[in-house]
Design a binder for this molecule. Structure first.
Ligand code: MCA
Ligand code: AMP
Length: 508
């Protein structure tokens, strides 16, 4: 079934219940649903229909949610974009996806407008007014929309609901096509595993443009009939206050958020009353042993860690019974999800040995947008090859531990960075011969992006600030190196391959 229809039908069952409180402003389920219908009418009158791609690059605002569910209810496809992406990044996503509509705001449009000139068929709407701009206005589209519009929901099951871009090993991002079936199946699994009900109140601290904040936290709460408490920006002190004040029962976050909550906890004069709290959930990046134990010692709560991916939604989870939560483990497959741990020969490893984690289930996406070869490479039959390395403990019912990644990926504060993309930008500087980007341990972000650059012969490297400015112009902030180290030449082995492991010790 269409996810937006399920959520709308849910709203009809509890019209007066609070679905969402955004920056203190409450929306009942009926009000939320009414807004989605209004937005759907506006998008439909602009010609948006089944299969069209609607790209959203907005700050964390309710409009983002109304647009997203309106898009799904028209059978169209949402393309959520990181609000910090720069012009070239945005232009690539819009052109690769063949988006019909791009909804953004004035600040972001000013940043990307020049890069969009080749995209003739693209319409742009600005969510905060379009005075003096060539783009259209979302407000005007809403004002002109018919009032008797009914949502058609003509995408279901294996039709694509969302295209979520994930960074690629070659530097070219791939659009993961996530279907209505994927979204709904994963919600049913999570509802069962986490005993998620309409009595839950979730403090939402994540961005809306990623699977964790949108497909898990937001869809999950609205699907269960619970209440979402949302502010635009995560701020640790406000988060502790809100957990107490709003009598929250759930929090979903990345380890960096837990790290910052812990630092703030130590500074709080009065510790919050967490009497209503049911479970703190972490994912998107590894949660350290130390943080798991510190958090439990301070608050009495064992964080429940789970493992997911954009392509698959949520795969495995620790148990809702706190006794079934173990530090450094991502738990067991969720209901309806199967995993295998596989060796290079494609056969299961011996129980307890490390191999690549393969995933199968209705949660697994249907492929990369217009990249049949990449899709084929990523699957072995119905099994999706995650690129993550792990082992299952045979003495503990096959409990999964992740130990690393086969793919060259940095996870910084829950955001993924593929080194190649940053290396390409650094190497576009005329004085840079080659660049190598690695992830180094960081207390706040888990890993931080660090670059090494070698000059062209007979050339001097520019100052670090110039290279950082080059990155900032072309890449979202979280991808920009925190440090750039000059080096006469990159270390290579006898075959000429760059030895990134030898760079780790050269950063001090
Ligand atoms: C912000 N900055 C970062 C990061 N975030 N640098 C490295 N890594 C980051 N994650 C930089 C900005 O560019 C800026 O740099 C400075 O930090 C402050 O920016 P600000 O926006 O104020 O950042 P913040 O509010 O401190 O953000 C930190 C954060 C945020 C709250 C931890 O990164 C965040 O919300 N992360 C969660 C990402 C997430 O939802 N991932 C889920 C992916 P400057 O000052 O130099 O300009 S989905 C997924 O992975 C799968 C499905 C799964 O399993 O969940
Ligand atoms: P993304 O491309 O943003 O969907 O990121 C997915 C990747 O995040 C996975 O392939 C893992 O490498 C990583 N990941 C997600 N959850 C966890 C976790 N709990 N522990 C370790 N890594 C994780």
């Amino acid at each position: 079934m269409n996810l937006a229809r399920r959520i709308s039908e849910n709203a009809a069952k509890r019209p007066d219940k609070t679905a969402l409180v955004f920056e203190g402003v409450p929306y009942t389920y009926a009000a939320f649903d009414h807004e989605v219908e209004r937005y759907a009418a506006a998008l439909s009158s602009l010609g948006i229909g089944t299969g069209d791609r609607v790209a959203l690059q907005l700050p964390k605002r309710v409009e983002f949610l109304f647009l997203h569910f309106a898009t799904l209810s028209l059978g169209a496809i949402t393309l959520p974009l990181n609000s910090d992406y720069r012009a070239e990044e945005v232009a690539y996503f819009l052109s690769d996806s063949g988006s019909s509509l791009f909804v953004t705001d004035r600040e972001r449009f000013a940043r990307v407008a020049d890069a969009l000139t080749g995209l003739g068929a693209l319409r742009v709407l600005l969510a905060d007014g379009n005075e003096g701009s060539a783009a259209g206005s979302l407000g005007a589209a809403l004002a002109n929309a018919p009032t008797d519009f009914r949502r058609p929901y003509d995408a279901v099951g294996d039709d694509t609901a969302m295209i979520c871009y994930t960074s690629g090993t070659t530097g070219r991002s791939k659009g993961a096509m996530i279907t209505h079936r994927n979204l709904v199946a994963n919600l049913l699994s999570l509802q069962e595993a986490w005993q998620w009900t309409d009595r839950d109140v979730l403090l939402h601290v994540l961005p809306l443009f990623h699977v964790h904040g949108l497909n898990v936290a937001t869809h999950g709460s609205l699907h269960a009939g619970g209440t979402l408490i949302m502010d635009e920006k995560f701020e640790p002190r406000r988060a502790w206050e809100a957990l107490e004040r709003e009598r929250c029962t759930l929090l979903m976050a990345v380890p960096t958020v837990y790290q910052r909550l812990m630092s703030e906890w130590e500074a709080l004069e009065r510790k919050p009353d967490l009497g209503r709290m049911r479970v703190f959930i972490s994912g998107s990046a590894p949660l350290s042993d130390n943080l798991f134990h510190r958090f439990e010692a301070a608050t009495g709560f064992r964080i429940l860690e789970r493992y997911g991916m954009t392509e698959t939604g949520m795969n495995t989870s620790n148990l809702i019974d706190p006794a079934g939560r173990v530090a450094k483990s991502v738990g067991y497959p969720l209901p309806g999800v199967a995993i295998r741990v596989v060796g290079p020969d494609g056969a299961d490893v011996r129980p307890g040995d490390v191999g690549e984690v393969w995933i199968r289930g209705d949660n697994v996406f249907k492929g990369y947008w217009e990249m049949p070869e990449k899709t084929a490479e990523s699957f072995a039959g119905a099994w999706f090859r995650s690129g993550d390395l792990g082992y299952q403990d045979p003495a503990d019912g096959g409990r999964l531990f992740l130990v690393g990644r086969g793919k060259e990926l940095i996870i910084t504060g829950g955001y993924n960075v593929y080194p190649k993309e940053i290396e390409n930008v650094l190497e576009s500087h005329e004085a840079v011969k080659e660049a190598a980007v690695i992830g180094l341990p960081d207390e706040d972000f888990g890993e931080k992006v660090v670059a090494f650059v070698a000059p062209k012969e007979g050339t001097d490297l520019p100052p670090e600030a110039e290279l950082i400015a080059l990155c900032r112009g072309k890449l979202a902030g979280y991808k920009c190196p925190k440090q750039i180290h000059p080096i006469p030449a990159l270390p290579r082995n006898a075959m000429g391959k760059i030895q990134k492991n030898r760079l780790t010790g050269l950063s001090d």
